[in-house]
Structure formats: structure tokens, C-alpha cells
Design a protein around this ligand. Structure first.
Ligand code: UT7
Length: 341
């Protein structure tokens, strides 16, 4: 049977480090507030002068993942790009990335799933691979948030959270009867809550799609009902984790590492508490990166592999909740090559 395996991962963040104290120079906030409420200590932002898009960050992460997979760009059958901060309004960043990779007509798809970009993207890739439609798929999650934030006190609840960055994963179909690869996926969406985390403008519901009044009111900046998103995440993440485990016929004890989206350290700590997990079973790196949305899980995965928190045969679960609302979880088991069994 064909299984979807992770063959290579890569991450890239811009070199500009923005500390909490740097933000306190721009708005009424403090290092203490940000650390206490979110766990974040610093984040990486693209250069202030601009000119760097999510496809540029995605390109750097992709180059690393492709090399580690032992692929060349020409091997890629399909590109999936998760971002809420595309280079331009349309077309999506997948096309810019495809061209930057030197590819000519490789199919490329943008998905707009925000924080659940990786769990949705991995599920789509797995379905494409198992159906035989494609065998080598590059998933990239990349965000340039910093250019779109309200850096005044008005926008502080959102501005202090987000970081820029990219994570890439090479996924390949391999024939094996071993219980490896994507073992289960559970995805959800609830449009009833679409407006609790959103950017209103530009909007095709009006002409022109954005005007000076909208800009004055800051409606081109993200809006978030943070408390509601927080409460919903704390409730739904354990539910979807249990559902994905049940589908894979596994229990909490079978999971070697939980790799949640990095939205807020307190959300992940509440998740661990509710699942009765020891701290070392949940991977967190929001302290260094902030919330990088679609990039957060692939960045975390790449770091977890680098830190040897994942080994051959490890079973992991990826989980996320975010704007849409969307939430989901994917159970994945790493392959052990026959010679190492
Ligand atoms: O990525 C996926 C989706 N996003 C999330 O999952 C984020 C979920 N939500 C959160 O992480 C949290 O709700 C936040 C970090 C956004 C906010 O933390 P909170 O503990 O929920 O704070 P709050 O919104 O209840 O605000 C508490 C106080 C307020 O002041 P008052 O009304 O008590 O006087 C805010 O105005 O903190 C104030 N505040 C700040 N103070 C200093 C809000 N943002 C800041 C700030 N610095 N940056």
C-alpha cells in the first residue's frame, strides 16, 4: 500500500530579531506582559525596507527540505503553499515559489487555512499521493506578518504575537505494508466564527476594495477576539486530538511527541494539562518565533528533528486551531528503514 512519508524538512526565518522590548518602544506594552500572556520572547521579522515576500522565505526553507529529501526541484509533482500573507493579493504565493524554484509548469496550489495550513495541506498531499495523482509533493507554509501589523497601541493585542518565517516539508509516496506515514487525519471548519479572527479590507464587497476611511480606521489590519479564540482552542484541541487518535486506533501513550501550532504557550500548556501530558511530550518553540501561522508546525517539526526529539519510528501528532475557524489533527509515524529495524 502506498504511504505518505516525510522525506525532508527545512525552515527559514529572516535574520532581524525583534525583542519584546523593541515592541515596547513602538506601543504601550512590556516584555513582562508579552512573556506572561503568550510565552513569546522574540520573533523574526523581514527587513523594514520591504521587498521580501512569503514566497522568498518559502524558497529558502524549500531549498533545505529538497536537499535533505535527496530531490531536485524537477522531481516535484505538486506544490502546496499555505499562507494568509501572500506576496500580492492574487495570484497566490505558490506560483512565485514555483518560478523561483526554476520550475516551468509544475502544478501549484495555494491554500488559505491560516493556522491549520499544515494539517490541511498534509491531508491534501496524502490524498493526492495515495490516489496516485502525484508522488512527490512539496508543502510550504510561509508568512510575512510583520508588514501587515498595526504597530501602534491600538493593534498591540495582535502585533506582539506574530512572527515571520517559513517551513517546508517534502512528502513522498512509498509502497510499504508497515504502519507508517499519515495514519489518520481529522479536519474541521466552522464558518459561524469566521469573523473572530480576520482582516476586513481589501474587500470585493465594495468599490474601491479599500479606501482612505478603511485605512484610517485600521480595518486593513488583523482583528482578533483573542479571548474567544483562546477559549475555543483550549476546548477543541483535546477533542480533535482524541478523534485523530481513535481514527488511528492509538492512545495518548502511543504518541512520542505532540507538535501543536504555536499560537500561545498558555494554550499549549492548557492542552498538555488537559491531556495529562508531561511537559517534554509537547514541542514548543513560540518563545523564539512568535506565531508564524501556516509556518509554525513545519518550523517546529524541523526543529524537533534537529533536536533529536523525533527518531526513526516515532509517532507524532500535529494539531492546530485558527482563523476560519478551522481546526484539525494528523497522526504520523516516521519510517524505520529495513536495515535499521
Ligand atoms: O494563531 C491562531 C489564533 N490565535 C490565537 O490562538 C490567539 C489566542 N488568544 C491569545 O493568545 C490571547 O487572547 C492574547 C495573547 C491575544 C491576549 O491575552 P489575554 O490574556 O486574552 O488578554 P486580554 O485580551 O484579555 O487582555 C487583557 C488586558 C487588556 O487590558 P484591560 O482591559 O484588562 O485593561 C488588554 O487591553 O491586556 C491588555 N493588552 C495588552 N497589554 C499590554 C492586550 N494586549 C496587550 C499588550 N500589551 N500587547
Amino acid at each position: 500500500m502506498k504511504k505518505t512519508l516525510i522525506k525532508g524538512t527545512g525552515r527559514y526565518v529572516p535574520s532581524r530579531v525583534v525583542k519584546n522590548d523593541d515592541l515596547a518602544q513602538l506601543m504601550d506594552t512590556s516584555d513582562e506582559w508579552i512573556r506572561q500572556r503568550t510565552g513569546i520572547e522574540e520573533r523574526h521579522w523581514v527587513p523594514e525596507e520591504g521587498g521580501v515576500g512569503s514566497s522568498d522565505l518559502g524558497l529558502e526553507a524549500s531549498k533545505i527540505a529538497i536537499k535533505r529529501a535527496g530531490w531536485t526541484p524537477e522531481d516535484i509533482d505538486f506544490i502546496i503553499f499555505g499562507t494568509l500573507s501572500p506576496d500580492i493579493y492574487f495570484p497566490g504565493s505558490a506560483f512565485f515559489l514555483q518560478h523561483k524554484l526554476g520550475l516551468e509548469t509544475t502544478p501549484a496550489l495555494d491554500i488559505r487555512q491560516q493556522c491549520t495550513g499544515f494539517v490541511y495541506g498534509l491531508t491534501i498531499a496524502d490524498a493526492f499521493i495515495r490516489s496516485g495523482y502525484a508522488n512527490k509533493i512539496l508543502f510550504v507554509g510561509a508568512e510575512v506578518h510583520s508588514t501587515g501589523l498595526d504597530l501602534s497601541t491600538r493593534g498591540r493585542d495582535v502585533a506582539v504575537i506574530f512572527g515571520d518565517g517559513a517551513g517546508a516539508v517534502c512528502l513522498e509516496g512509498v509502497e510499504t505494508d508497515e504502519p507508517v506515514g499519515v495514519l489518520s487525519s481529522v479536519l474541521h471548519a466552522q464558518g459561524e466564527f469566521a469573523e473572530i479572527l480576520k482582516i476586513d479590507f481589501p474587500s470585493h464587497k465594495q468599490h474601491p476594495i479599500i479606501d482612505e476611511k478603511m485605512i484610517r480606521e485600521g480595518r486593513h489590519y488583523p482583528f482578533m477576539d483573542g479571548r474567544l479564540v483562546f477559549k475555543t482552542a483550549v476546548r477543541k484541541l483535546p477533542q480533535v486530538t482524541y478523534a485523530a487518535l481513535e481514527k488511528a486506533r492509538l492512545t495518548v501513550d502511543d504518541i512520542d511527541l505532540f507538535i501543536p501550532h504555536q499560537a500561545n504557550l498558555r494554550i499549549n500548556q492548557a492542552f498538555a494539562k488537559s491531556m495529562k501530558l508531561p511537559e517534554e511530550k509537547v514541542f514548543n518553540n513560540i518563545q523564539k518565533y512568535g506565531n508564524t501561522t501556516a509556518a509554525s508546525i513545519p518550523i517546529a517539526l524541523d526543529e524537533a528533528i534537529e533536536k533529536q526529539r523525533i527518531k526513526d519510528g516515532s509517532t507524532v501528532i500535529f494539531l492546530a486551531l485558527g482563523s476560519g475557524l478551522t481546526w484539525g489533527a494528523v497522526v504520523y509515524r516516521f519510517y524505520i528503514s529495513p536495515e535499521r529495524r
